[in-house]
Design a protein around this ligand. Structure first.
Ligand SMILES: CC(C)(COP(=O)(O)OP(=O)(O)OC[C@H]1O[C@@H](n2cnc3c(N)ncnc32)[C@H](O)[C@@H]1OP(=O)(O)O)[C@@H](O)C(=O)NCCC(=O)NCCS
Length: 172
């Protein structure tokens, strides 16, 4: 079994990852319409096993604010492994490659990911911590507290604790 890790632009990789993401999160009608205008992450990490895409994670690099001060984050999102290829280490591999990409960038203050409560342990077991402050984000017509998913952060250049993170845009 050969394993390949690619890091591509989020836009360019979309046609390749779309079937995987739609298998994991089947789109409803509204999501399908939104897909045409969707915001793509800056980069995507693609994991291929024997030539087949098995896992991907998006990386959104964005300047946000933390307690009003600029902070450059590496936002991880849409980490997904093909349902029939889970528990074989691909998710961990994708997360490790994404974190290494953030470290290589050198100007990223912290990693920030959002996931549902059941998946938070996956990140915590890999060095991420629950972010204990408030999140504000653009959502359907204006800025509002974002509490839908569990926020997790990874220390890089700064230790981001407490206070308010303003995502300066939509959640990724
Ligand atoms: C979360 C998700 C990406 C994990 O992907 P994965 O490829 O199964 O991840 P891994 O195989 O690296 O690890 C999963 C578990 O399998 C275990 N595992 C890894 N390799 C294994 C192996 N060879 N045999 C048995 N177990 C294994 C890991 O220890 C891990 O357990 P843990 O969570 O208790 O630490 C996957 O479950 C998924 O796509 N979920 C749906 C989408 C989602 O919720 N994404 C997260 C929100 S962004």
């Amino acid at each position: 079994m050969s394993i390949e890790i690619d890091i591509l632009s989020g836009d360019a990789a979309w046609p390749t990852v779309r079937p995987l993401l739609e298998a994991v999160w089947p789109p409803d009608g509204a999501a399908q319409r939104a897909a045409a205008e969707r915001h793509h992450p800056t980069l995507r990490v693609l994991i291929e096993s024997s030539g087949e895409l098995v896992c991907q994670v998006g990386i959104t690099i964005r300047i946000i604010t933390w307690n009003g001060r600029k902070c450059q984050v590496g936002g991880l999102g849409e980490l997904a492994t093909r349902p029939d290829r889970r528990r074989q280490g691909f998710g961990s591999l994708a997360l490790t490659a994404a974190v290494q990409t953030l470290r290589d960038h050198e100007a990223i203050d912290c990693g920030l990911a959002f996931c549902n409560a059941e998946q938070a342990g996956f990140f915590e077991a890999r060095g991420w911590q629950r972010y204990d402050g408030a999140i504000a984000a653009d959502q359907g017509g204006g800025k509002a507290p974002y509490r839908e998913l569990t926020p997790l952060q990874l220390d890089l250049r700064r230790k981001v604790r407490g206070g308010t993170l303003d995502l300066c845009g939509s959640p990724w």
